[in-house]
Design a protein around this ligand. Sequence first.
Ligand SMILES: [Zn+2]
Length: 89
Amino acid sequence: MSNVKLFFKLLGKNIEKIREPQSYEAAGLEIFCPHCKHNKFHHQYKLLNTAGLTFFNLDFANRQAHTLTCARCGHIQWYGLEISRLVDE
Ligand SMILES: [Zn+2]
């Protein structure tokens, strides 16, 4: 029983870690919030999917985008190209 409890305790800790805001870069430049200049963001994928494009069978034109929500002020930035996470050292 104690091992099971430990497992869930560690799992919970790891999930908290994943949810912590991170630093990112695009085109080799660190990303900062344009509003408050913070550099920690919550990352999400969004599908740029429109009903119109699907209707005309142009799903190939639908793209995936990344959004970064500033951890301090909540400003949301959109990126249509790949972004990468900066690893804290
Ligand atoms: Zn901000």
